[in-house]
Design a binder for this molecule. Structure first.
Ligand code: DP6
Length: 386
């Protein structure tokens, strides 16, 4: 019996190793089409400006492997008003450099603190856009949402920058619209995982999943076949804490490596995504609410059970959650919440109840927000040239 058991374990390890090898070969062959070997740098300078929205995940990405590949599939609403606008001046250099030469202005000011993340980004993407070494890249960016509001801006900023880089590439070698969007998502992902989902809308999925057609770990794809109610969704972001987060998402993702519940969480996220897909088709809002709220609390449960553990929710986060549950119980309106990696609360609701929900927010919830601040947003369609 023991011998049989050992053989069984060996077989399972063998299958697992083989699956990993096949997955890597597949990813490598997929990735090849994002290497722009034909694009030749030009003598002329090029200027472009793009805007990209933020997005809010309904099924959360939390845990990744190199190079920026998700441990589970995630799904998000693309937003509309919370945007980053980025303009880039590409100036040809006399000779190529070893590392990408760039400067960064944010809200008109130089930002040395942004350089390490951007340096790592450019190091990763030169394999796919080698022509960048022939330019000096002057980036200037600003956000449409309040500065230091605690709203994650890495998704919108990386997607806007990726759109500018792909725009230059399309001047240097022909690219069709589909490839442009896919490459933008591909590059954005290498800057920040969730940024891959900001390129199109209203709903995007990132990460290989058997129920999402053409899904991939390399790029996000649009989720089609959704009930029209979801194209009217509003997201009001209640700004509970506008300060710097005590633990960054980057560190949070790392803590999933030795997390005792990691494998259960990744499997659970994938099965919640499958369940959400059929709800998105049918328009069953009660089922939508349970999956979305569960996902938010599952994400924070991972933070509370990692080593070291941490809590990003604050007392006012819980006050809001309780008030939302009470409101839903009393009014039967389909208002629910989700959370990202912070204390702020995203309230999700269809536009046909927007007036009543906004009145409730003003009367009952703004008291829990810093300076009574919130940001009203709606679902949107992704990147745009300005
Ligand atoms: C909780 O995309 O910010 O918002 O890939 O390290 O840049 P990096 O992380 P990031 O993580 C987002 C985490 C999340 C969930 C989500 O948006 O899916």
């Amino acid at each position: 019996y023991r011998r049989q058991r050992q053989m069984c374990i060996r077989d399972r390890r063998y299958v697992l190793a083989l699956t990993t090898v096949i997955k890597h070969v597949y990813l490598w062959s997929m990735e090849k089409r994002f290497i722009s070997s034909n694009a030749q740098p030009q003598q002329d300078a090029y200027h472009t400006k793009w805007q990209a929205p933020s997005n809010i995940a309904l099924v959360k990405y939390w845990g990744k492997t190199l190079p920026q590949l998700p441990k589970n599939a995630s799904l998000s609403f693309t937003l509309s008003d919370a945007q980053t606008k980025t303009e880039v001046n590409f100036t040809p250099l006399g000779a190529p450099t070893k590392k990408v030469s760039f400067s960064i202005l944010f809200e008109g000011e130089e930002k040395p603190s942004f350089r390490p993340k951007l340096e790592a980004f450019f190091d990763l993407i030169t394999a796919y856009q080698p022509f960048l070494l022939h330019y000096d890249i002057a980036i200037s960016s600003h956000n449409t949402f309040p500065h230091s509001s605690g709203i994650a801006s890495s998704a919108s900023s990386m997607a806007a920058l990726a759109a500018c880089l792909v725009d230059l590439e399309s001047q240097l070698s022909p690219m069709d619209e589909k490839l442009k969007l896919e490459k933008t998502s591909f590059l954005a992902r290498l800057g920040s995982g969730s940024a891959s989902r900001s390129v199109q809308g209203p709903m995007m999925a990132w990460g290989t999943h058997p129920s999402v057609i053409a899904s991939s770990d390399l790029i996000a794809v649009t989720v089609n076949d959704i009930h029209p109610i979801f194209t009217t969704y509003c997201d009001t972001i209640l700004l509970v804490d506008k300060g710097q987060k005590q633990v960054s998402s980057t560190l949070g993702h790392k803590l999933m490596h030795n997390h005792p519940y990691a494998s259960q969480r990744f499997a659970q996220a994938n099965s919640q995504l499958a369940a959400l897909l059929s709800v998105l088709k049918s328009g069953n809002l009660d089922a939508f609410i349970s999956i979305v709220e569960k996902e938010a609390l599952d994400l924070h449960a991972m933070m509370m059970t990692s080593d070291p553990y941490f809590i990003l929710m604050q007392p006012n986060t819980l006050q809001i959650i309780n008030a939302v549950w009470q409101f839903r119980f009393e009014t039967k309106m389909p208002l629910c919440f989700t959370l990202d990696a912070g204390a702020n609360v995203h309230l999700l609701y269809p536009s046909n109840v927007a007036d009543k929900v906004k009145a409730f927010i003003a009367s009952d919830l703004l008291q829990f927000c810093q300076n009574r601040q919130c940001v009203h947003d709606v679902v949107g369609t992704g990147i745009k040239k300005c």
